[in-house]
Design a protein around this ligand. Sequence first.
Ligand code: SAM
Length: 175
Amino acid sequence: MKIEVLRIGQRLVRDDRVTTHVALVSRAFGASKILMYDANPEIKDTVAKINKMWGSDFQVEIIEEWRKVLKAKKSDSYKIVHLTMYGENINSVEAKLRKEDKILIVVGAEKVPREVYDMADYNIAIGSQPHSEIAALAVLLDRMLEGRQFQKKHANAQREIIPSKRGKTVMDKSV
Ligand code: SAM
């Protein structure tokens, strides 16, 4: 399954830390790309450094117009999955989502325009309480990939963590 993430909303540039975390969660939880606009270009460098050290070719694409991106993805047979507390409960839709081939997940920052609700193939709630785009994204990705993303190893990693009960064990693969 190919999964990409689009972050929309106003004043993203004032919300750098959250935007960075949305990007890092997208990468670590199995998406292949994040698309965003109005974001600090440093986020691209942060992700590039993490890719270099810990592997993966996760991409950050800075876009101009999210409406155009949504339309283009829809015509490229992506299903649009908009995360909103007003949507259908994840518990009743997750099995259907797992059968999709290509998904674009839309997460909001502040108020999300009505047209996103209309353009979405799925409006999904991770519980019907307000919380956070970072948490909502993490839970959605985990429900869709069912933990398989945490088994994945990256061939191009310079460092790899060997899980341990105590302490920190890191293998340096660059030497
Ligand atoms: N009032 C906003 C709205 O219209 O959804 C909430 C903004 S919230 C701080 C930012 C983003 O977090 C939302 O756009 C949505 O993508 C995500 N989010 C927050 N709570 C959620 C929930 N219970 N289920 C799914 N997504 C949620």
